[in-house]
Design a protein around this ligand. Structure first.
Ligand SMILES: Cc1cc2nc3c(=O)[nH]c(=O)nc-3n(C[C@H](O)[C@H](O)[C@H](O)COP(=O)(O)OP(=O)(O)OC[C@H]3O[C@@H](n4cnc5c(N)ncnc54)[C@H](O)[C@@H]3O)c2cc1C
Length: 369
């Protein structure tokens, strides 16, 4: 039987992961098109849920546990004029709530897996989709912004420019204990994500004007803020500071004929809840199931309902979760009229066991309950 050929474009986390996962499906041959020299520059970390970690581990045998730093506890704080209220603590005694990995390290392992699995890697900047006509399925994992999407979908996406910048970086420290935490500060949410014994990464989303006004002293500003929130007097060292503009984009059309958009191109969301790649992983899991089903029956993916099936099964969760993250961001945004009420609400959250349970389930499994 001749193999069906899938061409994936883009070597971000979405493209690399999709290539490795789909190459494992019997009857499928995968090619990957990627720009030259784009790896090793992504000095960020990504937090994924326990369920997604299991999916990644099942599909990439050579990943190794050392690349994933587990967390059993997540703490959330809300800053008022007087204090930082610890309003939600999620804790698991016998399992992990999430894992954090360094993007560049995992990308390198995925690239090795790609050469091991004999996936053909073509280094070029794709400009014209016509070149890919001979493939049974084309998957575009080319980030949130590409003009190529205009050839696929004319339906307008749900879009919003937050006019915010996510400042990211690594911190070396000597603290004995440090939990994964999120601080909803007056300047914007700041996440602390431990990824090894003496390192954590941070993501601090601030207003664009705040970032621009402070761009020359950003390292000092971040350092002082982190020392303040951790109530730490010890020395810390900050490195790998990067910045990312933040926007929301929820695609309403996922595919055109046999070309599918995946990854950030399908849903770009605010990093406040660390859900972007978690959604992508659930998309990849579903896509694998669908491709396996059609390929197993010997049905051509090109002429089948495979991409309709994918759209119908993933669109509800992707839309609800993306809008849910947007609502979370709006709730915690500084607002002098609403802030006194928010203080009362967050104080009540602390004792609400049902909400705690619900938050844990949603962040672990999404809406695939
Ligand atoms: C600050 C920040 C923190 C985040 N933290 C988390 C987190 O903790 N947890 C989580 O789940 N998610 C998180 N996310 C989201 C997560 O980073 C992304 O979902 C994930 O990296 C997947 O991105 P991607 O591969 O879809 O797109 P990208 O990383 O943008 O990759 C696109 C790739 O396509 C290539 N490309 C583009 N055009 C072409 C072309 N024409 N030809 C060939 N190649 C092309 C580019 O070179 C690039 O390599 C975060 C996002 C941000 C901004």
């Amino acid at each position: 039987m001749t193999k069906q050929r899938i061409c994936i474009v883009g070597d971000g986390l979405s493209g690399l992961m999709t290539a490795v996962v789909l190459a494992k499906v019997p009857g499928i041959e995968v090619n990957l098109i990627a720009k030259k020299g784009t790896n090793n520059v992504d000095k960020r970390t990504t937090a994924i849920s326990d369920t997604n970690y299991k999916f990644v581990n099942q599909n990439i045998t050579s990943l190794g546990q050392k690349l994933f730093w587990p967390s059993k506890k997540i703490e959330l704080f809300y800053e008022t004029a007087k204090e930082k209220i610890n309003f939600l603590n999620l804790h698991e005694a016998n399992s992990n709530l999430m894992y954090v990995f360094e993007n560049d390290k995992v990308k390198n392992v995925l690239l090795k897996e790609i050469s091991k699995n004999k996936i053909k890697l073509i280094r070029k900047d794709l400009n014209n989709l016509d070149e890919l006509k001979k493939n049974d399925l084309i998957i575009l994992c080319i980030g949130g912004q590409s003009k190529i999407y205009n050839n696929i979908t004319k339906i307008r996406s749900i879009k919003k420019d937050y006019k915010e910048i996510a400042i990211t970086g690594y911190v070396k420290h000597n603290l004995k204990t440090l939990n994964t935490s999120q601080f909803f500060l007056k300047e914007g949410p700041l996440a602390i994500l431990p990824f090894s014994k003496n390192y954590f990464s941070f993501v601090w989303s601030v207003k664009k004007y705040f970032f621009e006004n402070n761009s020359k002293k950003i390292t000092t500003l971040v350092k002082n803020k982190i020392l303040e929130i951790l109530k730490n007097k010890q020395e810390i060292t900050i490195s790998n500071i990067q910045s990312y503009p933040i926007s929301l984009s929820i695609r309403r059309q996922y595919h055109q004929k046999n070309t599918l958009i995946l990854g950030e191109g399908l849903h770009t969301i605010h990093p406040v809840a660390g859900q972007g790649f978690n959604l992508v992983l659930r998309d990849i899991k579903k896509l694998k199931e669908i491709v396996k089903y059609y390929a197993g029956l010997g049905i051509s993916i090109k002429t089948s309902y495979a991409l309709n099936d994918f759209y119908n099964s993933r669109k509800p969760e992707n839309t609800i979760m993306s809008l849910g993250v947007d609502a979370t961001h709006s709730f915690f945004k500084q607002n002098k009229y609403l802030d006194p009420f928010k203080e009362i609400i967050v104080k009540n959250i602390k004792n609400n066991e049902t909400l705690k349970k619900f938050s844990k389930i949603i962040s672990n499994q999404g809406l695939s309950l």
